[in-house]
Design a protein around this ligand. Structure first.
Ligand code: MRU
Length: 365
């Protein structure tokens, strides 16, 4: 994606190192970090300098590669994979990519592992961009259909109103995004569109990241508090909801940033379509029951404090709850399949019941 005059991805190889955009500084500062070791990568994933399911998958692949730079032995490879997988438990992409690297590298002689690791990590990054581009192409007609209906029924100012939660844009992937890919495709095709951006407490990925990247692209949007979506739906101001996901079951249950479930409930109650946009590596075919998904419990301080800039422009953290009050911070929730209208994938748009038609190597595993 373009930021001012430069085209950026969220992660890329720089010589023998890996560069990332530090997302903990956005939208107030644009900083690129250079990572040199698997420990650097684990830190970046844990602290959410890189985040979003597809991106942390590719980050894990680059993390394994950085480990191979220092020591390409079996022991170092297995240790790197185990450490990376333990950084964040919910997004299936991370464990999927780390294990894919492990299975591809272990059979090779150690002397060949580093070069192959760079190739594989790069390949995963390219596949992510291609998948998200296809998600954009498959999702765009859904938006176009709403617009055409508005036009044909004589709406006064046709404009498709989309609500999204958290950040499932290009910052959550290598490029293009998942939930935002159809939005960018529709906007670029000249379809009038406006996005309601849930702030997404506690870390505010909507307010800080989605709003920023939509603004960079010129897409009209408005940040709303997390509790405003239901009200807007009741008043006819939302045409569709599109979110990303960290893990989707083969039955179509959608695990995504906490608060997604409430939006899906409100959408169904108001007759509004609810879509999840996901590349197939986000579908967990091994899952027999959604209770098996480990919901990441993050530091309660993310609830107790908020980050922003003060009047002097300095990044500041302020406490927003009483010092004595405990806080609880589950980072994700699961939206049951019956609340999901369809899943937008790189292979097309599928209802939850149709997901079994998808082609994916892991499905057969
Ligand atoms: O905790 P985060 O910021 O990594 O959570 C991200 C989300 O919940 C996204 O919606 C999801 O990963 C989909 S990203 C394309």
């Amino acid at each position: 994606m373009r930021i001012q005059q430069h085209h950026y991805r969220t992660i890329w190889q720089t010589g023998e190192h890996v560069s990332i955009i530090d997302q903990t500084q956005l939208p107030f500062a644009f900083e690129v970090l250079t990572l040199s070791s698997v420990a650097d990568m684990c830190h970046a994933i844990r602290t959410m300098q890189v985040r979003g399911a597809p991106l942390i998958g590719v980050a894990a692949a680059y993390g394994v590669t950085l480990a191979m730079r220092v020591d390409p032995s079996d022991q170092a490879l297995n240790a790197a994979v185990a450490t990376l997988v333990a950084t964040r438990p919910t997004a299936v992409n991370l464990a999927w990519a780390a294990h894919l690297m492990q299975q591809a590298l272990l059979p090779l002689p150690p002397s060949q592992r580093l070069q192959r690791a760079w190739q594989l990590a790069q390949q995963l990054a390219e596949e992510d961009v291609a998948q998200n581009t296809a998600i954009g192409s498959h999702g765009k007609p859904l938006i176009e259909h709403v617009w055409m209906t508005q036009v044909s029924t004589g709406a006064r100012a046709p404009c498709v109103q989309v609500l999204t939660h958290c950040n499932a844009g290009w910052l959550a992937t290598v490029d293009m995004g998942t939930a935002l890919a159809p939005i960018y495709a529709a906007y670029d095709a000249g379809i009038p569109i406006h996005v309601w951006v849930d702030e997404t407490r506690p870390r505010n990925q909507g307010a800080s990241l989605t709003a920023w990247e939509l603004g960079q692209h010129g897409v009209p949007h408005t940040v709303i508090s997390d509790n405003a979506g239901g009200h807007l739906m009741q008043h006819g101001q939302v045409d569709m909801v599109i979110v990303g996901a960290d893990r989707v079951s083969g039955a179509g249950d959608v695990c995504n940033k906490v608060g997604t479930y409430l939006k899906a409930l409100a959408a169904q109650h108001n007759g509004i379509p609810f879509y999840a946009a996901v590349p197939t590596p986000t579908i967990d075919w091994q899952l027999s029951d959604i209770s098996e998904i480990e919901i990441e419990m993050r530091d309660p301080d993310e609830v107790a404090f908020m980050q922003g800039i003060n009047a002097q422009g300095a990044l500041t953290r302020v406490r927003v709850i009483p010092a004595q009050s405990p806080a609880l911070n589950p980072a994700f929730d699961v939206t049951p399949a019956h609340l999901v209208t369809a899943v937008i994938t790189e292979q097309g748009v599928f209802t939850p019941a149709q997901l079994t038609q998808l082609k994916h190597p892991l499905k057969e595993a």
